[in-house]
Ligand binder design. Sequence first.
Ligand code: F6R
Length: 366
Amino acid sequence: DKGDYDYFMLKEIHEQPKTIEETFRGRLQNNYSEIVLGGLLNVFPKLEAARRIVIIGCGTSWHAGLIAEYLFEEYAQVSVEVEYASEFRYRKPVLSSQDVVILISQSGETADTLAALELAKSKGATAIGICNVVGSSLARETEAGVYTHAGVEIGVASTKAFTAQVTVLTMIALKLAKRKGTISGEDYKMLVKELAEVPEKGRAILADGEKIKNIAEKYQKAVNALYLGRGYLFPVALEGALKLKEISYIHAEGYAAGEMKHGPIALVDNNLPVVVVAPQDDYYEKVVSNIQEVKARKGNVIAIVTEGDKGVKELVNDSIEIPKSHPAVAPLLAVIPLQLMAYHIALLKGCNVDQPRNLAKSVTVE
Ligand code: F6R
């Protein structure tokens, strides 16, 4: 049931503040100061001792894994690799019982991800599943896991399942850091609080979502688009580009902003929209200079900025504000305007946003 919405995708984008709360429910305890993940109790000792964590997924789930790489390294001080399931399953990966593998899948039925799980298990690694569909193959065949509780996702382009995955991964990273003693008590509390504040901030972005329609109108005729971000927001740039290409059929590429000068800058001209995720974080100055490089070549910049930002705003063609947050939780907020922009552009182009051509919700064949 689409309720008040014309399309499932729009409904699911708007559900996110609520689904993120569902993902917390029962897991952020003691007045949102402690994380409890019952499904991982028996594997936390293995996570603590892990020589390495390998995160595996496809598409949007792989992007969630990339965000987790930053979180696990920064807070739990563990080495992480993020792999495409379709590549991993056919490589000769070096894995042992000292490794923990985390498999991410909304459906829990993606053939490549399930094959990667079998390979990891055959090498003796501990396998943890993060999935949305209760009772799915991934949930059944992993040793331990966490459900995302985002509710049924019908739009083929994943939205609320992604933010739920990132929420779960953030909780795992922080809990692991706490258990390992690699995070101070103060930082732990502060980050749990930041996470708990995401739904409210998400609501503020969605309440202002109409403005994105006007931006979509300006860029609906684009043939190509470039998405840039750094740090925690590099995977968000990849996800923004994937959303646009999946549902509007505009060719879009996501890039780490620092890589722009190593190739994609050649694409910049006055026809190219460049979406830059540029909130006020440690990378702000660097991202500002990336924006200047694009503007000097007459590119059109659409920036995602922190509420009240002036520096970026005066450089760019269009900007969308998001509330200030800690960088570690910023992906959960910054992705929302990118989902909405893809949605509005696809709608203006007359595309079927819920069922894009050539795509299936669950890829159960190779
Ligand atoms: C993107 C999208 C796909 C899926 C991918 C993995 O919007 O929907 O890229 O993310 O097919 O699917 P799951 O998570 O079910 O394994």
